[in-house]
Design a binder for this molecule. Structure first.
Ligand code: SAH
Ligand code: SF4
Ligand code: F3S
Length: 458
């Protein structure tokens, strides 16, 4: 796979310095997954490298970037609503530029919609254009015309892009881009292109930089991390990459997402078991508990395959917790299919579930399937999942009471005077304290309220 090194655009830096009398301010809002958030941090990196400062509110910005997500219709509607609400800011500040990036910008019909109905959007650029943003921005500023780029496919990986991260202790580290799986409901392969892995040496270098800079919680990202390494000239797989990173000394945790059940193996579980730094937590999205629906979804595993892996993991690493994504109301999902999902959720006992009502995405295979179930019925199914989940989470939380755990302080807790910290198994605990964010602490778990563990510093 091709990769190139980022080149700073000196000409753009000179132009921007002469164009703005005072240093311009940038506001980036990312709407999507961690990959999208990481792209937003690169947008911040590339532009602060050219002299932009960061605004904490859109009202103060000279450039607002809405870095969008296309995975469900609701995500897109929010963007259209929020972009529409910027019209007033634009009238108040003629110097303001409004840009749209991310996965929505990868779709022709959406770019067309911005062209026709949102005349105050100045710039649209896709997920593969972040390194060329300085040039695009200059082009836009030098002409009175709007610059709405047509989505392009680009397989090349750009290494060494400047990055301005949102946290000083938690970092996202992409190990691969794109997706080849074409789950029948999903837009991601269409907007993110084909799967491609970064070279392990590039990943290791960034990983070292993060550990040296004091990052404590490093999440490896990919739509299907278990197929890491395919297409690279070096011979390496995900388990080997994990072992390579885990060998780096330091006080930090590694997490990864997302594992696709069809490619996750007992060897992955063994790697976690044998590691020093990998969190005892596995995000393994099952989507549905019905084999018929899984086949319609093009997921390439059965409920039995999935449960066999979970059972293996439970035996091998008893303290491990699990999380999953569930789609409710996939076209043709019957009451019987849904009951199978309920049964699976009870059986696995997930620590955390992300539950979505199926959203039709134009261009995907599922968009052509008949979908007779009413929205009301789907909403009721979601409520049933949440009810089971509430019960399960309270039980899992209850089992933690009395344990002393090591946890990473993330920020303010729910109640005044409390802080929240993340356990190695990805649960969070609230405690009274005043510890710097990003420090590890030991906490005695004393109780649980709803899904929230409560504890005391020890
Ligand atoms: N690559 C990851 C997930 C990426 S998208 C994986 O395979 O697990 C994140 C989640 O959004 C998916 O797991 C799925 O549950 C949900 N999702 C994707 N497309 C959707 C759609 N059309 N409607 C509802 N939920 C969807
Ligand atoms: Fe979408 Fe499936 Fe790829 Fe995940 S694996 S991004 S759900 S197509
Ligand atoms: Fe992520 Fe949404 Fe794009 S989930 S990959 S930002 S469509």
């Amino acid at each position: 796979m091709e990769s190139i090194r980022f080149q700073r655009n000196e000409e753009a830096a000179r132009f921007l310095a002469s164009y703005y009398e005072t240093p311009p301010l940038l506001f980036v809002h990312s709407y999507g997954c961690q990959q999208n958030v990481n792209d937003g941090e690169k947008i911040q990196g590339v532009l602060t490298d050219l002299g932009f400062g960061l605004a904490s509110r859109p009202e103060d910005a000279d450039l607002i970037v809405f870095n969008t997500c296309a995975v469900r219709e609701h995500a897109e509607q929010r963007v259209f609503g929020n972009v529409g609400a910027l019209k007033g800011l634009k009238e108040a500040n003629p110097r303001l530029l409004i840009a749209v990036s991310g996965c929505m910008a990868q779709q022709k019909d959406i770019v067309e919609k911005f062209r026709q109905h949102y005349p105050f959007v100045d710039l649209v650029f896709g997920v593969n254009a972040i390194d060329t943003l300085p040039a695009l921005l200059c082009e836009k500023l030098q002409s009175s015309k709007r610059l709405l780029c047509t989505p392009v496919e680009r397989d090349e990986i750009v290494e060494d892009m400047p990055i301005r991260r949102n946290s000083a202790f938690r970092a996202w580290l992409p190990i691969m881009y794109g997706c080849d799986n074409f789950c029948s409901y999903c837009i991601v392969p269409y907007v993110r292109g084909r799967e491609r892995s970064r070279k392990s040496a590039d990943i290791l270098r960034e990983f070292h930089e993060l550990v040296d800079a004091g990052y404590r919680d490093i999440t490896l990202l990919g739509q299907n991390v278990n197929s890491y390494g395919k297409g690279l000239s070096e011979k390496i797989d995900f388990a080997q990459l994990l072992r390579m990173l885990d060998a780096v000394s330091g006080d930090y945790r590694i997490r990864f997402m997302t594992s696709h059940p069809k490619d996750a193996t007992p060897a992955l579980i063994d790697t976690i078991a044998g590691s020093t730094h990998i969190s005892r937590h596995l995000h393994l999205p099952v989507q549905s508990g019905s084999n018929r629906i899984l086949a319609e979804m093009n997921r390439h595993y059965t409920v039995e395959d999935y449960l066999a892996l979970i059972d293996y993991a439970k035996r091998r690493i008893p303290e491990m917790t699990y999380s999953s994504d569930i789609i409710v109301g996939f076209p043709g999902e019957t009451e019987e299919d849904f009951r199978a999902t309920e049964e699976l959720i009870r059986r696995v006992a997930y620590m955390q579930l992300f539950t979505f009502i199926y959203s039709k995405r134009t261009g995907t295979k599922a968009a052509t399937m008949p979908d007779p179930t009413t929205h009301k019925e789907k909403t009721q199914r979601i409520a049933r999942v949440l009810a089971i989940q509430e019960e399960v989470v309270a039980r899992l939380g209850g089992a933690m009471v009395g344990k002393t755990v090591r946890a990473l302080v993330e920020g303010a807790g729910r109640e005044a005077g409390t802080q929240t910290a993340r356990l190695d198994n990805h649960m969070t605990v609230d405690f009274a304290g005043n510890v710097p964010e990003g420090d590890f602490v030991n906490v005695l778990v004393t109780g649980v309220r709803g899904a929230q563990l409560l504890g005391e510093l020890v």
